[in-house]
Design a protein around this ligand. Structure first.
Ligand code: FAD
Ligand code: MLT
Ligand code: ZN
Length: 473
Protein backbone atom coordinates (compact mmCIF):
# COMPACT_ATOMS: atom_id res chain seq x y z
CA UNK A 1 0.00 0.00 0.00
CA UNK A 2 1.49 3.37 -0.94
CA UNK A 3 1.45 6.34 1.44
CA UNK A 4 -1.48 7.93 -0.39
CA UNK A 5 -3.68 4.83 0.01
CA UNK A 6 -2.49 4.31 3.58
CA UNK A 7 -3.49 7.84 4.41
CA UNK A 8 -6.99 7.31 3.01
CA UNK A 9 -7.42 3.97 4.77
CA UNK A 10 -6.31 5.48 8.10
CA UNK A 11 -8.46 8.55 7.62
CA UNK A 12 -11.47 6.26 7.24
CA UNK A 13 -10.68 4.95 10.74
CA UNK A 14 -9.66 8.06 12.67
CA UNK A 15 -11.08 10.94 10.62
CA UNK A 16 -9.07 13.96 9.44
CA UNK A 17 -8.47 15.18 13.03
CA UNK A 18 -6.65 11.94 13.78
CA UNK A 19 -3.99 12.25 11.07
CA UNK A 20 -0.87 14.39 10.89
CA UNK A 21 0.78 14.35 7.46
CA UNK A 22 2.07 17.88 7.06
CA UNK A 23 5.90 17.77 7.53
CA UNK A 24 5.92 20.86 9.73
CA UNK A 25 3.30 19.45 12.10
CA UNK A 26 4.95 16.03 12.05
CA UNK A 27 8.34 17.42 13.15
CA UNK A 28 7.64 17.37 16.90
CA UNK A 29 6.77 13.65 16.73
CA UNK A 30 10.02 12.81 14.95
CA UNK A 31 12.63 13.97 17.43
CA UNK A 32 12.95 13.55 21.16
CA UNK A 33 13.11 16.02 24.05
CA UNK A 34 16.90 16.29 23.94
CA UNK A 35 17.03 16.25 20.15
CA UNK A 36 19.33 13.26 20.50
CA UNK A 37 17.25 11.06 18.14
CA UNK A 38 15.57 11.96 14.87
CA UNK A 39 13.56 9.85 12.46
CA UNK A 40 11.14 9.98 9.55
CA UNK A 41 7.64 8.56 9.29
CA UNK A 42 5.06 7.85 6.62
CA UNK A 43 2.59 9.74 8.83
CA UNK A 44 1.43 10.21 12.40
CA UNK A 45 -1.91 8.72 13.38
CA UNK A 46 -3.77 9.85 16.49
CA UNK A 47 -6.70 7.55 17.29
CA UNK A 48 -9.15 8.72 19.96
CA UNK A 49 -10.53 5.38 21.20
CA UNK A 50 -9.30 1.85 21.87
CA UNK A 51 -11.43 0.58 18.98
CA UNK A 52 -9.72 3.05 16.64
CA UNK A 53 -6.28 1.99 17.93
CA UNK A 54 -7.20 -1.64 17.24
CA UNK A 55 -8.41 -0.84 13.70
CA UNK A 56 -5.21 1.11 12.94
CA UNK A 57 -2.99 -1.70 14.25
CA UNK A 58 -5.01 -4.34 12.33
CA UNK A 59 -4.59 -2.38 9.10
CA UNK A 60 -0.85 -1.96 9.68
CA UNK A 61 -0.58 -5.67 10.51
CA UNK A 62 -2.34 -6.64 7.27
CA UNK A 63 -0.17 -4.27 5.27
CA UNK A 64 3.04 -5.19 7.14
CA UNK A 65 3.65 -1.63 8.22
CA UNK A 66 5.72 -1.01 11.35
CA UNK A 67 4.09 0.96 14.18
CA UNK A 68 5.92 3.18 16.67
CA UNK A 69 3.77 3.94 19.75
CA UNK A 70 4.31 7.37 21.23
CA UNK A 71 3.02 9.10 24.35
CA UNK A 72 4.42 12.41 25.57
CA UNK A 73 7.73 11.81 23.77
CA UNK A 74 9.73 12.57 26.92
CA UNK A 75 11.55 9.22 26.95
CA UNK A 76 15.32 9.47 27.23
CA UNK A 77 16.35 6.42 25.16
CA UNK A 78 14.87 7.17 21.72
CA UNK A 79 12.14 4.53 22.13
CA UNK A 80 9.33 6.65 20.69
CA UNK A 81 11.20 7.89 17.61
CA UNK A 82 10.82 6.07 14.26
CA UNK A 83 13.80 4.98 12.18
CA UNK A 84 14.88 7.01 9.15
CA UNK A 85 13.23 4.83 6.48
CA UNK A 86 10.13 7.03 6.30
CA UNK A 87 7.96 3.89 6.12
CA UNK A 88 6.93 3.55 9.78
CA UNK A 89 3.71 4.93 11.26
CA UNK A 90 3.93 6.86 14.53
CA UNK A 91 0.87 6.01 16.62
CA UNK A 92 0.36 8.81 19.11
CA UNK A 93 -1.87 8.00 22.10
CA UNK A 94 -2.37 11.59 23.21
CA UNK A 95 -6.04 11.79 22.15
CA UNK A 96 -6.85 8.70 24.21
CA UNK A 97 -6.97 10.82 27.33
CA UNK A 98 -10.07 10.06 29.36
CA UNK A 99 -10.25 9.22 33.02
CA UNK A 100 -12.71 6.35 32.83
CA UNK A 101 -13.45 5.70 36.50
CA UNK A 102 -12.41 6.52 40.04
CA UNK A 103 -13.41 3.87 42.59
CA UNK A 104 -12.50 5.21 46.02
CA UNK A 105 -13.80 2.12 47.85
CA UNK A 106 -11.50 -0.08 45.76
CA UNK A 107 -8.79 2.65 45.85
CA UNK A 108 -8.35 2.52 42.07
CA UNK A 109 -8.42 4.84 39.09
CA UNK A 110 -8.95 3.66 35.51
CA UNK A 111 -7.34 5.89 32.91
CA UNK A 112 -6.53 5.85 29.22
CA UNK A 113 -2.96 5.69 28.01
CA UNK A 114 -2.75 9.28 26.78
CA UNK A 115 -3.63 10.87 30.12
CA UNK A 116 -0.79 13.16 31.20
CA UNK A 117 0.75 12.05 34.51
CA UNK A 118 0.07 15.44 36.13
CA UNK A 119 -3.59 15.25 35.10
CA UNK A 120 -3.82 11.83 36.72
CA UNK A 121 -2.23 13.15 39.92
CA UNK A 122 -4.71 16.06 39.95
CA UNK A 123 -7.70 13.74 39.40
CA UNK A 124 -6.57 11.57 42.30
CA UNK A 125 -6.13 14.66 44.51
CA UNK A 126 -9.61 15.88 43.62
CA UNK A 127 -10.96 12.55 44.84
CA UNK A 128 -9.03 13.00 48.11
CA UNK A 129 -6.40 10.44 47.13
CA UNK A 130 -2.76 10.29 46.03
CA UNK A 131 -1.36 8.84 42.83
CA UNK A 132 2.30 8.75 43.85
CA UNK A 133 4.35 8.41 40.64
CA UNK A 134 6.31 11.63 40.39
CA UNK A 135 9.00 12.67 37.92
CA UNK A 136 10.46 15.75 36.27
CA UNK A 137 8.56 15.22 33.01
CA UNK A 138 5.16 14.76 34.68
CA UNK A 139 3.67 17.79 32.91
CA UNK A 140 4.08 16.07 29.52
CA UNK A 141 4.67 12.33 29.93
CA UNK A 142 1.68 9.98 29.62
CA UNK A 143 0.43 7.00 31.57
CA UNK A 144 1.07 4.78 28.51
CA UNK A 145 4.70 5.91 28.33
CA UNK A 146 5.07 5.50 32.10
CA UNK A 147 3.79 1.93 31.80
CA UNK A 148 5.76 1.06 28.68
CA UNK A 149 9.01 2.20 30.35
CA UNK A 150 8.05 1.11 33.88
CA UNK A 151 8.87 4.65 35.01
CA UNK A 152 10.37 5.33 38.42
CA UNK A 153 11.04 8.85 39.67
CA UNK A 154 11.31 10.35 43.12
CA UNK A 155 8.76 8.43 45.19
CA UNK A 156 9.76 4.86 44.35
CA UNK A 157 11.42 4.25 47.70
CA UNK A 158 8.01 4.59 49.38
CA UNK A 159 5.46 3.56 46.72
CA UNK A 160 7.36 1.55 44.10
CA UNK A 161 7.62 2.08 40.36
CA UNK A 162 4.87 2.02 37.72
CA UNK A 163 4.78 -1.79 37.75
CA UNK A 164 4.01 -1.73 41.48
CA UNK A 165 1.24 0.82 40.96
CA UNK A 166 -0.65 -1.16 38.31
CA UNK A 167 -3.51 -3.62 38.79
CA UNK A 168 -4.85 -4.09 35.27
CA UNK A 169 -4.25 -3.21 31.63
CA UNK A 170 -6.07 -2.95 28.33
CA UNK A 171 -3.75 -3.69 25.40
CA UNK A 172 -4.09 -3.79 21.63
CA UNK A 173 -2.03 -6.77 20.50
CA UNK A 174 0.19 -6.64 17.40
CA UNK A 175 -2.53 -8.26 15.25
CA UNK A 176 -5.19 -5.76 16.38
CA UNK A 177 -6.99 -7.90 18.97
CA UNK A 178 -7.99 -6.07 22.15
CA UNK A 179 -6.99 -7.75 25.43
CA UNK A 180 -9.23 -6.48 28.19
CA UNK A 181 -7.29 -7.05 31.38
CA UNK A 182 -8.74 -3.99 33.13
CA UNK A 183 -9.22 -5.75 36.47
CA UNK A 184 -8.86 -3.80 39.69
CA UNK A 185 -8.12 -6.89 41.76
CA UNK A 186 -5.36 -7.01 44.32
CA UNK A 187 -5.57 -10.78 44.39
CA UNK A 188 -5.84 -12.82 41.18
CA UNK A 189 -3.83 -16.03 41.13
CA UNK A 190 -5.20 -17.51 37.95
CA UNK A 191 -1.87 -18.20 36.28
CA UNK A 192 0.64 -15.89 34.62
CA UNK A 193 0.15 -12.22 35.42
CA UNK A 194 0.06 -11.05 31.81
CA UNK A 195 0.08 -7.32 32.48
CA UNK A 196 3.72 -7.62 33.48
CA UNK A 197 4.61 -8.72 29.93
CA UNK A 198 3.59 -5.32 28.62
CA UNK A 199 4.84 -3.11 31.46
CA UNK A 200 8.42 -2.16 30.61
CA UNK A 201 8.26 -3.68 27.11
CA UNK A 202 8.60 -0.24 25.47
CA UNK A 203 5.84 -0.76 22.92
CA UNK A 204 7.46 -3.86 21.41
CA UNK A 205 4.70 -6.32 22.40
CA UNK A 206 1.54 -4.26 21.99
CA UNK A 207 -0.09 -0.90 22.56
CA UNK A 208 -1.30 -0.12 26.05
CA UNK A 209 -4.60 1.74 25.76
CA UNK A 210 -5.80 1.92 29.39
CA UNK A 211 -4.86 0.89 32.91
CA UNK A 212 -6.31 0.37 36.37
CA UNK A 213 -3.92 2.01 38.83
CA UNK A 214 -3.67 2.02 42.62
CA UNK A 215 -4.63 5.04 44.71
CA UNK A 216 -3.23 5.90 48.13
CA UNK A 217 -4.42 8.08 51.02
CA UNK A 218 -3.81 11.77 50.36
CA UNK A 219 -0.79 13.30 52.01
CA UNK A 220 -1.69 16.08 54.49
CA UNK A 221 1.68 17.14 55.84
CA UNK A 222 5.05 17.33 54.15
CA UNK A 223 8.51 18.41 55.24
CA UNK A 224 11.29 19.06 52.78
CA UNK A 225 14.95 19.57 53.62
CA UNK A 226 18.10 20.40 51.66
CA UNK A 227 21.10 18.81 53.30
CA UNK A 228 24.85 19.16 52.66
CA UNK A 229 27.05 16.08 53.01
CA UNK A 230 30.79 15.52 53.09
CA UNK A 231 30.69 12.38 50.93
CA UNK A 232 28.49 9.89 49.09
CA UNK A 233 29.18 7.40 51.93
CA UNK A 234 27.47 9.85 54.29
CA UNK A 235 24.32 9.67 52.15
CA UNK A 236 24.07 5.92 52.70
CA UNK A 237 24.53 6.31 56.46
CA UNK A 238 22.00 9.13 56.48
CA UNK A 239 19.27 7.26 54.63
CA UNK A 240 19.61 4.39 57.11
CA UNK A 241 19.28 6.81 60.01
CA UNK A 242 16.28 8.69 58.56
CA UNK A 243 14.51 5.46 57.61
CA UNK A 244 15.00 4.11 61.11
CA UNK A 245 13.50 7.29 62.60
CA UNK A 246 10.72 7.94 60.10
CA UNK A 247 9.84 4.59 58.54
CA UNK A 248 7.38 4.96 55.66
CA UNK A 249 7.19 8.71 56.21
CA UNK A 250 10.40 8.94 54.17
CA UNK A 251 9.03 9.55 50.66
CA UNK A 252 11.97 11.20 48.90
CA UNK A 253 15.75 10.95 49.22
CA UNK A 254 17.51 12.43 46.21
CA UNK A 255 21.30 12.63 46.00
CA UNK A 256 23.13 15.30 43.96
CA UNK A 257 26.81 16.02 43.41
CA UNK A 258 28.04 19.61 43.56
CA UNK A 259 28.64 19.49 39.79
CA UNK A 260 24.94 18.73 39.20
CA UNK A 261 23.80 21.60 41.41
CA UNK A 262 26.32 23.97 39.86
CA UNK A 263 24.84 23.36 36.39
CA UNK A 264 21.37 24.18 37.73
CA UNK A 265 22.58 27.35 39.45
CA UNK A 266 24.21 28.41 36.18
CA UNK A 267 21.35 27.66 33.80
CA UNK A 268 17.98 27.50 35.53
CA UNK A 269 16.48 30.91 36.11
CA UNK A 270 15.44 31.70 39.67
CA UNK A 271 17.48 28.95 41.39
CA UNK A 272 19.86 29.91 44.18
CA UNK A 273 22.20 28.01 46.49
CA UNK A 274 20.58 27.49 49.92
CA UNK A 275 24.06 27.56 51.55
CA UNK A 276 26.94 30.07 51.55
CA UNK A 277 29.58 27.33 51.47
CA UNK A 278 30.21 24.86 48.68
CA UNK A 279 29.69 21.19 49.62
CA UNK A 280 30.63 18.09 47.59
CA UNK A 281 27.23 16.37 47.91
CA UNK A 282 23.64 17.23 48.75
CA UNK A 283 20.45 15.32 49.43
CA UNK A 284 16.90 16.50 49.20
CA UNK A 285 14.82 14.73 51.84
CA UNK A 286 11.03 14.61 51.83
CA UNK A 287 8.93 13.27 54.69
CA UNK A 288 5.17 13.05 54.36
CA UNK A 289 2.21 11.82 56.36
CA UNK A 290 -1.53 11.41 55.95
CA UNK A 291 -2.17 13.23 59.27
CA UNK A 292 -2.39 17.05 59.05
CA UNK A 293 -0.33 17.76 62.16
CA UNK A 294 2.28 15.01 61.91
CA UNK A 295 5.52 15.94 63.75
CA UNK A 296 7.67 15.75 60.63
CA UNK A 297 9.86 18.81 61.32
CA UNK A 298 10.65 17.49 64.77
CA UNK A 299 11.55 14.07 63.39
CA UNK A 300 13.79 15.52 60.75
CA UNK A 301 15.46 17.91 63.18
CA UNK A 302 16.20 14.98 65.48
CA UNK A 303 17.67 13.07 62.55
CA UNK A 304 19.78 16.01 61.40
CA UNK A 305 21.07 16.56 64.94
CA UNK A 306 22.24 12.96 65.20
CA UNK A 307 23.74 13.05 61.71
CA UNK A 308 25.63 16.30 62.43
CA UNK A 309 27.14 14.71 65.55
CA UNK A 310 28.30 11.71 63.53
CA UNK A 311 29.77 13.87 60.77
CA UNK A 312 27.36 12.64 58.10
CA UNK A 313 25.81 16.06 57.57
CA UNK A 314 27.60 19.42 57.37
CA UNK A 315 24.62 21.76 56.96
CA UNK A 316 20.86 21.50 56.55
CA UNK A 317 17.88 23.74 55.87
CA UNK A 318 14.17 22.94 56.20
CA UNK A 319 11.74 24.56 53.78
CA UNK A 320 9.53 26.95 55.72
CA UNK A 321 6.76 27.39 53.19
CA UNK A 322 5.42 26.12 49.87
CA UNK A 323 7.59 28.49 47.82
CA UNK A 324 10.73 27.18 49.53
CA UNK A 325 9.63 23.59 48.94
CA UNK A 326 9.24 24.39 45.23
CA UNK A 327 12.63 26.14 45.16
CA UNK A 328 14.40 23.09 46.64
CA UNK A 329 12.71 20.71 44.20
CA UNK A 330 13.60 23.06 41.32
CA UNK A 331 17.28 22.62 42.24
CA UNK A 332 16.82 18.87 41.92
CA UNK A 333 14.46 18.67 38.94
CA UNK A 334 16.42 21.26 36.94
CA UNK A 335 19.47 19.03 36.51
CA UNK A 336 18.40 17.33 33.23
CA UNK A 337 17.56 20.62 31.58
CA UNK A 338 20.64 22.39 32.93
CA UNK A 339 22.94 19.67 31.63
CA UNK A 340 21.55 20.18 28.12
CA UNK A 341 23.04 23.70 28.17
CA UNK A 342 26.56 22.35 28.68
CA UNK A 343 26.88 20.71 25.27
CA UNK A 344 26.64 17.03 24.43
CA UNK A 345 26.26 14.71 27.40
CA UNK A 346 26.13 10.97 27.86
CA UNK A 347 23.31 9.64 30.00
CA UNK A 348 23.83 6.53 32.10
CA UNK A 349 20.77 5.58 34.14
CA UNK A 350 22.27 2.79 36.22
CA UNK A 351 21.43 1.00 39.44
CA UNK A 352 23.59 -0.88 41.92
CA UNK A 353 22.77 -2.14 45.41
CA UNK A 354 22.37 0.93 47.65
CA UNK A 355 25.27 -0.14 49.85
CA UNK A 356 27.65 -0.15 46.87
CA UNK A 357 26.85 3.33 45.54
CA UNK A 358 29.83 5.11 47.19
CA UNK A 359 32.32 2.47 46.01
CA UNK A 360 30.83 2.56 42.51
CA UNK A 361 31.16 6.34 42.36
CA UNK A 362 34.71 6.38 43.64
CA UNK A 363 35.98 3.62 41.35
CA UNK A 364 34.23 4.97 38.26
CA UNK A 365 35.11 8.64 38.88
CA UNK A 366 38.78 7.70 39.28
CA UNK A 367 38.90 5.61 36.14
CA UNK A 368 37.07 8.17 33.99
CA UNK A 369 39.12 11.12 35.17
CA UNK A 370 42.34 9.17 34.53
CA UNK A 371 41.31 8.18 31.00
CA UNK A 372 39.34 11.30 30.02
CA UNK A 373 40.75 14.25 31.97
CA UNK A 374 38.36 17.17 32.36
CA UNK A 375 35.08 15.33 31.74
CA UNK A 376 32.39 16.63 34.08
CA UNK A 377 30.64 13.89 36.02
CA UNK A 378 27.04 14.82 36.79
CA UNK A 379 26.05 12.15 39.31
CA UNK A 380 22.66 12.36 40.98
CA UNK A 381 19.55 10.33 41.44
CA UNK A 382 17.14 8.30 43.47
CA UNK A 383 19.69 6.98 45.90
CA UNK A 384 17.18 5.10 48.04
CA UNK A 385 16.50 2.90 44.99
CA UNK A 386 20.21 2.46 44.21
CA UNK A 387 19.50 4.47 41.04
CA UNK A 388 22.19 6.89 39.89
CA UNK A 389 22.02 9.13 36.86
CA UNK A 390 25.73 8.97 36.18
CA UNK A 391 25.78 11.44 33.31
CA UNK A 392 28.92 12.79 31.68
CA UNK A 393 29.34 16.24 30.13
CA UNK A 394 32.22 17.15 27.87
CA UNK A 395 35.21 19.01 29.36
CA UNK A 396 34.40 22.74 29.55
CA UNK A 397 35.20 24.51 26.29
CA UNK A 398 36.21 21.31 24.46
CA UNK A 399 35.15 20.26 20.99
CA UNK A 400 31.70 18.59 20.77
CA UNK A 401 32.67 16.05 18.11
CA UNK A 402 35.88 15.01 19.87
CA UNK A 403 33.84 14.28 23.02
CA UNK A 404 31.10 12.43 21.14
CA UNK A 405 33.75 10.25 19.51
CA UNK A 406 34.69 9.02 23.01
CA UNK A 407 31.12 7.98 23.79
CA UNK A 408 31.63 4.22 23.39
CA UNK A 409 34.79 4.12 25.50
CA UNK A 410 33.26 6.21 28.31
CA UNK A 411 30.06 4.20 28.36
CA UNK A 412 31.96 0.93 28.41
CA UNK A 413 33.86 1.99 31.53
CA UNK A 414 30.59 2.89 33.25
CA UNK A 415 28.65 -0.23 32.23
CA UNK A 416 31.57 -2.53 33.03
CA UNK A 417 31.72 -0.97 36.50
CA UNK A 418 27.93 -1.32 36.85
CA UNK A 419 28.24 -5.02 36.08
CA UNK A 420 31.18 -5.43 38.46
CA UNK A 421 29.07 -3.82 41.19
CA UNK A 422 26.15 -6.21 40.48
CA UNK A 423 23.97 -3.53 38.91
CA UNK A 424 21.77 -2.83 35.89
CA UNK A 425 22.57 -0.63 32.86
CA UNK A 426 19.00 0.68 32.87
CA UNK A 427 17.33 1.46 36.17
CA UNK A 428 14.26 3.38 35.05
CA UNK A 429 14.54 4.89 31.55
CA UNK A 430 14.49 1.66 29.55
CA UNK A 431 16.58 0.49 26.61
CA UNK A 432 14.98 2.11 23.51
CA UNK A 433 17.57 2.53 20.79
CA UNK A 434 20.14 4.03 23.15
CA UNK A 435 21.08 0.84 24.97
CA UNK A 436 20.00 -1.80 22.47
CA UNK A 437 23.51 -3.06 21.74
CA UNK A 438 24.61 -2.65 25.36
CA UNK A 439 21.64 -4.75 26.56
CA UNK A 440 22.68 -7.48 24.14
CA UNK A 441 26.15 -7.43 25.65
CA UNK A 442 25.39 -7.01 29.37
CA UNK A 443 22.13 -8.90 29.84
CA UNK A 444 22.04 -12.58 30.69
CA UNK A 445 21.89 -14.67 27.45
CA UNK A 446 19.08 -16.89 28.76
CA UNK A 447 17.00 -13.83 29.67
CA UNK A 448 17.59 -12.45 26.18
CA UNK A 449 16.50 -15.76 24.67
CA UNK A 450 13.30 -15.77 26.74
CA UNK A 451 12.56 -12.19 25.68
CA UNK A 452 13.13 -13.14 22.05
CA UNK A 453 10.72 -16.07 22.41
CA UNK A 454 8.02 -13.78 23.80
CA UNK A 455 8.59 -11.19 21.10
CA UNK A 456 8.41 -13.63 18.21
CA UNK A 457 5.34 -15.34 19.71
CA UNK A 458 3.35 -12.12 20.13
CA UNK A 459 4.73 -10.20 17.17
CA UNK A 460 6.07 -12.72 14.63
CA UNK A 461 6.29 -10.08 11.89
CA UNK A 462 8.30 -7.74 14.12
CA UNK A 463 6.03 -4.76 13.43
CA UNK A 464 5.70 -3.35 16.95
CA UNK A 465 8.32 -0.68 17.52
CA UNK A 466 11.07 -2.46 15.58
CA UNK A 467 14.66 -1.51 16.36
CA UNK A 468 13.85 -0.76 19.99
CA UNK A 469 14.87 -2.91 22.94
CA UNK A 470 15.89 -5.80 20.70
CA UNK A 471 19.03 -5.67 18.61
CA UNK A 472 18.01 -8.49 16.31
CA UNK A 473 14.80 -7.06 14.85
P1 FAD B 1 7.33 8.31 25.24
O1 FAD B 1 8.62 9.02 25.35
O2 FAD B 1 6.39 8.82 24.24
O3 FAD B 1 7.61 6.76 24.96
C1 FAD B 1 8.50 6.01 25.75
C2 FAD B 1 8.45 4.54 25.30
O4 FAD B 1 7.16 4.00 25.58
C3 FAD B 1 8.66 4.36 23.80
O5 FAD B 1 9.31 3.13 23.60
C4 FAD B 1 7.24 4.27 23.24
O6 FAD B 1 7.17 3.53 22.05
C5 FAD B 1 6.51 3.55 24.38
N1 FAD B 1 5.11 3.92 24.53
C6 FAD B 1 4.57 5.14 24.79
N2 FAD B 1 3.24 5.04 24.95
C7 FAD B 1 2.92 3.73 24.78
C8 FAD B 1 1.71 2.99 24.84
N3 FAD B 1 0.56 3.58 25.11
N4 FAD B 1 1.75 1.65 24.61
C9 FAD B 1 2.93 1.03 24.35
N5 FAD B 1 4.10 1.68 24.29
C10 FAD B 1 4.11 3.01 24.51
N6 FAD B 1 11.82 8.62 33.77
C11 FAD B 1 11.81 7.99 34.96
O7 FAD B 1 11.52 6.79 35.00
N7 FAD B 1 12.11 8.65 36.12
C12 FAD B 1 12.42 9.95 36.15
O8 FAD B 1 12.71 10.50 37.20
C13 FAD B 1 12.41 10.66 34.92
N8 FAD B 1 12.68 11.98 34.89
C14 FAD B 1 12.66 12.63 33.70
C15 FAD B 1 12.91 14.00 33.71
C16 FAD B 1 12.89 14.70 32.50
C17 FAD B 1 13.14 16.18 32.52
C18 FAD B 1 12.63 14.02 31.29
C19 FAD B 1 12.57 14.74 29.98
C20 FAD B 1 12.37 12.66 31.29
C21 FAD B 1 12.39 11.96 32.49
N9 FAD B 1 12.13 10.58 32.53
C22 FAD B 1 12.11 9.94 33.73
C23 FAD B 1 11.90 9.83 31.28
C24 FAD B 1 10.45 9.84 30.75
O9 FAD B 1 9.75 10.94 31.20
C25 FAD B 1 9.71 8.58 31.15
O10 FAD B 1 10.34 7.49 30.52
C26 FAD B 1 8.24 8.56 30.79
O11 FAD B 1 7.67 7.43 31.40
C27 FAD B 1 7.97 8.49 29.29
O12 FAD B 1 6.59 8.77 29.04
P2 FAD B 1 6.12 9.35 27.63
O13 FAD B 1 4.64 9.38 27.62
O14 FAD B 1 6.80 10.61 27.32
O15 FAD B 1 6.62 8.19 26.66
C1 MLT C 1 15.82 12.47 36.66
O1 MLT C 1 15.65 11.74 37.64
O2 MLT C 1 15.96 13.71 36.76
C2 MLT C 1 15.87 11.86 35.28
O3 MLT C 1 15.40 10.55 35.34
C3 MLT C 1 17.30 11.84 34.88
C4 MLT C 1 17.81 12.29 33.59
O4 MLT C 1 17.30 13.19 32.90
O5 MLT C 1 18.89 11.72 33.23
ZN1 ZN D 1 15.46 9.69 37.41
Amino acid sequence: MNVHNLRHALEAIVGPAGLVCDPERMASYLSDWRNAYRGKAALVVRPATTVEVAAVVRLCHEQRIAVVPQGGNTGLCGGSIPDDSGTQVVLSLTRLNRIREIDTANETITVEAGVILQTLQAAAAEAGRLFPLSLGAQGSCTVGGNLATNAGGTAVLRYGNMRDLTLGLEVVLPDGQIWNGLRGLRKDNTGDDLKHLFIGSEGTLGIITAAVLKLYPAVCSVTTAWVALPSAEAAIELIGLVRGLCGDRLTGFELMSRQSVEFVLRHVTGCSDPFDQIHPWYVLIELSDTQPEAPLNELLETGMGQALERGWVTDAVLAGNQAQVAALWALREGISEAQNHEGPSLKHDISVPVSLIPAFIQATDNRLLDDFPGVRIVAYGHVGDGNLHYNISKPAGSDDDAFTAQRAAITQIIYDATTRFHGSISAEHGIGQAKREAAQHYKDPLELQLMRTLKTTLDPQGLMNPGKLFQWL
